[in-house]
Design a protein around this ligand. Structure first.
Ligand SMILES: [Ca+2]
Ligand SMILES: [Ca+2]
Ligand SMILES: [Ca+2]
Length: 657
């Protein structure tokens, strides 16, 4: 079916009068729901996976975990309220019970329609308008002598970074020190060198609350002087995470709590009961407001009295086995800095009032997501419907830039968002696509590439101007390639805030603007992590965009921190392969202005591009177009070959005038 088809509305066969009821229809992008008696009240669209969760929850009478709409009882009536619009649909008891009976009978599964809707994902376009450029390398550049993953961290008043790892020895060399959770003290900086020491671990730090196969995983950490004695306490959020067996491993997180240390991580006080249960708000990461939470005052009056924490429901990332719903909502809470381990003092973000000020409730069921993202990455790889994009990462306040940054990830991508307030609006500013495993490099130079999970930007390592940060993430040893990155591991994230400007570069056919000092190359993905080949000034080496997916569009480009006049791009191809390397159709040039990409006019390609393997390896194609300007330029087109990818060895950009 296509989006042009009129909705095929259907109701439950259990409806008694067939008039007033829950009415649903399959659509190109999921399932649409409305009230048959009040069609003007609007519709709520559920993406396929969310619809499956909604129907499952409705049958089981469970909590609202679908991420699209809440279901609440109002007396005998049932209110279905969108989390993302003002649509609210009220059904009476008869109407709702007819729907439930139909759902229980499988009348609303739409199995075949939802399966056929999973076409290749479109290329991701950024939604942020804050950064002109953002750049992070395809591999870690600073490593430490340590062992473990996750590495949630906080910056305490003694100047040290405290960090908790999962499953490893931390900074101990003794294999007997390995545990599911380990607390470390790290000193130094990435430029000067980092060293660490293991402080505590395992049952000294946290407790496992859930019966069965679960262990402890650190999800967030904060340092703050909550009792006013001039010394920070450390707070560590730890969740129960399923240990398997088999495909249940790491696939649900039913409970969480917060442990406190008053001696900088040596000993810990553990709560007597889990603070969060039933898979609700069980992946908790504190907002990193700098050393000792010192920037929390920017939230507004009284802000400094709180610490802020983000939470995901169900699991710390996509549930690959689908034992629970995938996190598609990011929630926000605050708690007085003197009572962080006291659950009753937590309050949850419920929205904003007429003046834009946040509202809070101690009733966790009233929480409202600050970010909802239903995108899916690489369907058919680690999970058939693709990996959901909101995962256990970190939120840091970049004080010099006065911006909040949420670093999230999937198995194969990094997904970075920015916002002006802790509650948003959150916009995507960087989508780094590492492609599926294996993550081998080309072996001839430094490599291989590696992405990673549990992405955080420790506030301690943010530069004075805010434009250079260090991202921690790590990766299972040997899973995707030859390099061990299962340690406290950093790479630089560099950003340039957007400023409006006018181009001033004069016509000069000899100045390659792709080599300007502020040029940042962009791609769909770089197979070998060698995006730098794009504008390194030589045509001796090739990169390509093979990623195992049947993508229908591909791209290579340059972004800048300011606009330039442009009228010519020179594309030098890379290696041709039996299954791809060339564009199959539609090769053109787009320029970026005010974050909108527009196709150029008057394009000619010389020599004519052959749109098959005859494009040939390491051949120069000159694309000239009418004078224009922009702070980004890219070549786009449909990739060729059975594997749908293109190759490149250089992209040059000129203004001939
Ligand atoms: Ca204190
Ligand atoms: Ca899943
Ligand atoms: Ca090159």
């Amino acid at each position: 079916m296509t989006t042009a088809d009129p909705p095929a509305w259907r109701i439950s066969s259990r409806s008694s009068n067939g008039e007033n009821c829950v009415e649903v229809a399959p659509a190109a992008d999921g399932v649409v729901l409305r009230h048959s008696k009040h069609p003007s009240a609007g519709t709520i669209t559920f993406p396929g996976p969310a619809w499956r969760v909604f129907v499952h929850d409705a049958r089981e009478g469970q909590a609202n975990t679908n991420g699209v709409a809440t279901v609440t009882k109002i007396g005998a009536d049932t209110l279905v309220k969108s989390l993302h619009s003002t649509v609210a649909l009220l059904f009476d008891a008869e109407e709702w019970s007819a729907f439930l009976a139909g759902a229980a009978a499988g009348e609303f599964d739409f199995t075949s329609q939802l399966a056929s809707a999973q076409s290749p994902a479109a290329l991701v376009e950024l939604t942020s308008q804050f950064f002109a450029t953002a750049d992070v390398p395809y591999r870690a550049t600073v490593n430490t002598v340590s062992d473990g993953d996750l590495w949630v961290s906080c910056w305490a008043n003694d100047g040290a970074l405290y960090s908790a790892n999962g499953d490893g020895r931390g900074f101990s060399a003794n294999p007997k020190d390995s545990s599911d959770v380990v607390v470390n003290r790290i000193t130094g900086t990435p430029p000067t060198g980092l060293s660490g020491v293991r402080l505590s671990g395992g049952s000294q730090v946290a407790k496992i609350w859930t019966a069965g196969n679960y262990n402890r995983k650190p999800t967030g950490m904060v340092a703050v002087d909550g009792n006013g004695d001039g010394r920070d306490e450390l707070y560590l959020a730890v969740q129960d995470l399923c240990t398997g067996p088999g495909n249940l491993t790491f696939n649900d997180a039913p409970a969480a709590s917060v442990s406190v240390s008053t001696d900088y991580g040596r000993t810990w006080r553990i709560t007597t009961a889990p603070m969060f249960t039933n898979h609700v708000f069980t992946t908790i990461f504190f907002l990193d407001f700098g050393q000792s939470n010192r920037n929390a005052s920017v939230v507004g009056p009284g802000g400094a009295g709180y610490v802020y924490a983000y939470g995901l429901d169900n699991n710390w990332r996509d549930s690959y086995s689908n034992t629970v719903a995938d996190p598609q909502n990011l929630y926000l809470a605050r708690v007085p800095k003197g009572s962080i381990a006291t659950r009753a003092t937590w309050q949850f973000f419920t929205g904003t009032d007429g003046s834009g000020a946040p509202t809070w409730s101690s009733d966790i069921s009233r929480r409202v997501a600050v970010l909802y993202d239903e995108r899916r990455e690489y369907p058919g790889t680690v999970t058939s419907d693709g990996a959901s994009v909101l995962s256990q990462g970190g939120v840091v306040y970049n004080a010099p830039l006065r911006r909040y940054l949420y670093t999230s990830w999937t198995e194969f991508t990094h997904e970075f968002y920015e916002a002006p307030n802790p509650w948003g609006p959150w916009k995507l500013f960087l989508h780094k696509d590492f492609g599926p495993y294996p993550w081998w490099g080309d072996g001839s130079t430094v490599g291989p590439k590696n992405g990673g999970y549990a992405t955080t930007l420790p506030s301690k390592f943010i530069s004075a101007d805010g434009r250079r940060m260090w991202m921690q993430c790590n990766w299972f040893a040997g899973l995707g390639g030859g390099s061990n990155n299962y340690k406290f591991s950093l790479r630089p994230l560099t950003v340039t805030p957007y400023q409006a400007g006018t181009p001033s570069n004069p016509a000069n056919p000899l100045v390659n603007l792709a080599r300007a000092g502020d040029a940042v190359p962009i791609d769909k993905t770089s197979h070998y992590g060698k995006l730098a080949y794009l504008n390194d000034g030589t045509t001796s080496a090739s990169e390509d965009s093979w990623d195992g997916s049947l993508k229908d569009s591909d791209r290579w480009g340059i972004t800048w921190s300011k606009p330039y006049n442009l009228d010519r791009v020179v594309y030098t191809t890379g290696t041709m392969f039996p299954d791809g390397g060339w564009f199959a159709s539609g090769l053109t040039v787009q320029v970026r202005n005010n974050f909108v990409w527009t196709t150029v006019t008057g394009l000619t390609i010389n020599p004519a591009y052959p749109y098959d393997a005859n494009a040939g390896p390491f051949r120069r194609f000159t694309l000239t177009f009418a004078n224009t300007s922009g702070d980004g330029v890219r070549i786009v087109g449909s990739p060729g070959g059975s594997a749908h990818f293109t190759s490149i060895s250089e992209l040059e950009v000129y203004f001939d005038g």
